[in-house]
Design a protein around this ligand. Structure first.
Ligand code: NAD
Ligand code: ZN
Ligand code: ZN
Length: 387
């Protein structure tokens, strides 16, 4: 029984920006009121984790260090704080960087998923009382966007976690905590891709591939995958891409190539890179009368330029946060879709590593060799022996 006690365990700690993660012994305090302590089984490594460590000065709001990164985790509830009614020890859960409190103006509106409960504090890596539950060598370690899943245990607000079915394999459904849900929802919820349409998905990492999957499910006829790394094309074909463009093979801007290929522009262009030049290219690749451009790639402070006429003529420019899904209610449904073989997840996992190899996961990501690397944190045995 660990309830009420400080748990000593391992975590990958980012001591400062630009430096590799260090595996450390950390202490995880018990959950306070309306908090849940989770034993993390596995966590995917998202581009956003890497970006906050290695590109913190480019386009991101500063975050305090030392920091435990990771926001694509899955695990089992270890204990709950006072006032927690929806979770019990042993529940399988996915922690969420985007909450759904169910009560605020935004949660009550069908127009958005952007619940801002605990927003200010989680953006700064702390829970509602202004502190983190993780410490190392007597120092507070911040929890990236309120999660911090590169730690064997973490504590989150009870509005930033969702319960999933018992038979879900944690080392794959963890991907629904960010990348796959984001891309899939970008196509379905944000772009609202229509049957018979033509789409361009720029950037074919996990987020882009999930976007391709969403475009296919929505019934798009042509799905043009764009990436500077042609190694991504084969996988994108499995997910439903019908044609490919490598910008490096063209002397002209990519938007011109796409406009020519589609007789005036695509119906939907989804930017899954996080580069403002590519974002503009995505907008300009859409058809003037009704084209929709969705920004999925992440950058917070950079400016993007565009020609006003491109909007005047009828294009729409939108962004998506977590694919537009209302997190607590949608993630368990996405888990069901995966279990019912309506949604692919296994195909995203190209590598699995132990916590002490976590820096290799970043190397695999930046070299373009991986789609998603899943980091194993804690062995969680089920009665059936299934993990
Ligand atoms: P990734 O690194 O696995 O994939 C990015 C892909 O883009 C790579 O295949 C790379 O070769 C390709 N690329 C790079 N430059 C390009 C260019 N100029 N033209 C075409 N392709 C190019 O990353 P990921 O984990 O799939 O994440 C993609 C983006 O989505 C990141 O910016 C990430 O931070 C962001 N993201 C956003 C949300 C959200 O809620 N909006 C959630 C998760 C991730
Ligand atoms: Zn992410
Ligand atoms: Zn809310």
């Amino acid at each position: 029984m660990t309830k009420g006690q400080v748990i000593k365990c391992k975590a990958a700690v980012a001591w400062e920006p630009g430096k590799p993660l260090c595996i450390e012994d950390v202490e995880v305090a018990p959950p306070k009121d309306h908090e849940v302590r989770i034993k993390i089984s596995a966590s995917g490594v998202c581009h956003t984790d890497w970006a906050y460590l290695y590109e913190a000065s480019r386009g991101m709001y500063p975050r305090p260090f030392p920091l435990v990164l990771g926001h694509e985790g899955a695990g089992v509830v270890e204990s709950v704080g006072e006032g927690v009614t929806k979770f019990s020890p042993g529940d399988k859960v996915i922690p969420l960087f985007l909450p759904q409190c169910g009560e605020c103006e935004r949660c009550l509106s069908p127009k958005t998923n952007l619940c801002k409960k605990n927003w200010q504090n989680t953006q700064m890596g702390v829970l509602a009382d202004g502190t983190s539950r993780i410490s190392c060598k007597g120092q507070q370690v911040y929890q990236f966007i309120g999660v911090g899943s590169f730690c064997q245990y973490t504590v989150v607000a009870d509005t930033s976690v969702t319960k999933i079915r018992e038979d879900a394999p944690l080392d794959t459904v963890c991907l629904l905590g960010c990348g796959v849900s984001t891309g899939y929802g970008a196509a379905l919820n944000t772009a609202k891709v229509e049957p018979g349409s033509t789409c361009a998905v720029i950037g074919l990492g996990a987020v882009g591939l999930a976007t391709v999957m969403g475009c296919k499910v929505a019934g798009a006829t042509r799905i043009i995958g764009v990436d500077i790394n042609p190694d991504k094309f084969e996988k994108a074909k499995e997910f439903g891409a019908t044609e490919f463009v490598n910008p490096k093979e063209h002397s002209r801007p990519i938007q011109e190539v796409l406009v020519d290929m589609t007789d005036g522009g695509v119906d939907y262009a989804l930017e899954c890179v996080g580069n403002v030049t590519v974002m503009r290219a995505a907008l300009e690749a859409t058809k003037d009368a009704w084209g929709v451009c969705v920004i999925v790639g992440w950058t917070e402070t950079e400016e993007m330029s565009l020609v006003v006429e491109d909007l005047l003529l009828g294009r729409t420019l939108k962004g998506t946060y977590f694919g537009g899904w209302k997190s607590v209610e949608s993630v368990p449904k996405l888990v069901d879709d995966y279990m019912n073989k309506k949604l692919k997840l296994d195909e995203f996992v190209t590598h699995t590593v132990n916590l002490d190899q976590i820096n290799e996961a970043f190397d695999l990501l930046t070299s373009g060799k991986s789609i998603r690397t899943v980091v194993k944190l804690m062995e969680i045995l089920q009665p059936s022996g299934q993990r």
